[in-house]
Design a protein around this ligand. Structure first.
Ligand code: 13P
Length: 255
């Protein structure tokens, strides 16, 4: 990690896990375990858990985020949540374009871009997810694909707004499967993403961008992944539901 140039960020993505009371209990368990972190620590929780999570995390170094946001400001969009709503409830981050949203809920590169702009315009920090399916890796198109996903997601984002953006590289074949990308694979793709951002915003802006790896990152493999020069943090699913495991990852990013 090049912490001199960019902050390390460890974010938990709880996905569809934990009720409000379970959320409070888990955050209370995590707080003392991550209190000494020198990296940023974020937990992205289900919508109904946001308010209790913000309250439970108050006064600690844990920041709270959501897992999706709608791109319109308000209106007839039954079941959706706007960026202003997230902001007012105290969320500071939002995950956008997770592969589970792309695979199961019709998310496209174009809607990822719309959500990114809406979230940034509301003052949220965004974690934009990109990543390839196994077939695409086998076709040898991973780098082009994630570069394109990144460029489309960032359409219309100003250089100033880019400072509020994190990109998470999450190979779909590594999510929840126990199959992690090797440290070298993760670093290679993260470097390609940085190259794509440099083409749009220049090298200095790209060097300042935090690019995470996600996909079966856990207490056992985090250190090696996070030691890579272009891996600036992690987006953690399963292991973020266990306080001890999550704190070990946070410690690995704090070295
Ligand atoms: P796992 O860590 O459970 O593989 O999930 C990764 C992920 O999708 C984080 O967003």
């Amino acid at each position: 990690m090049n912490k001199a140039l960019r902050p390390a960020v460890i974010a938990g993505n709880w996905k569809m896990n934990k009720t409000p009371s379970e959320t409070v209990a888990l955050i209370n368990e995590m707080k003392p375990l991550v209190a000494d972190a020198t990296c940023d620590v974020v937990l992205c929780v289900p919508f109904v858990d946001l308010a209790p999570a913000v309250q439970a995390a108050a006064g600690s170094n844990i920041k709270i985020g959501a897992q999706n946001v709608h791109f319109e400001k308000s209106g007839a969009f039954t079941g959706e949540i706007s960026a202003d709503m997230l902001k007012e409830v105290g969320a500071e981050y939002v995950i956008i374009g997770h592969s589970e949203r792309r695979t199961y809920f019709g998310e496209t590169d174009v809607t990822v871009n719309k959500r990114t702009l809406a979230a940034l315009n509301a003052g949220l920090k965004v974690i934009v997810c990109v990543g390839e399916y196994l077939e695409q890796r086998e076709q040898g198109i991973t780098r082009e694909l994630v570069s394109m996903q990144t460029k489309i997601a960032l359409g219309g984002v100003t250089p100033e707004q880019l400072k509020q953006v994190i990109i998470a590289y999450e190979p779909v074949w590594a999510i929840g499967t126990g199959k992690t990308a090797t440290a070298q694979q993760a670093n290679e793709v993260n470097a390609a993403i940085r190259g794509a951002v440099a083409e749009l915003y220049g090298q200095a802006a790209a060097d300042g961008l935090t690019i995470q790896y996600g996909g079966s990152m856990n207490a056992g493999n985090a250190e090696e992944l996070l030691a890579q020069p272009d891996v600036d943090g992690g987006l953690i699913g399963g292991a973020s539901l266990k306080a001890k495991d999550f704190s070990i990852i946070v410690q690995a990013a704090s070295k």
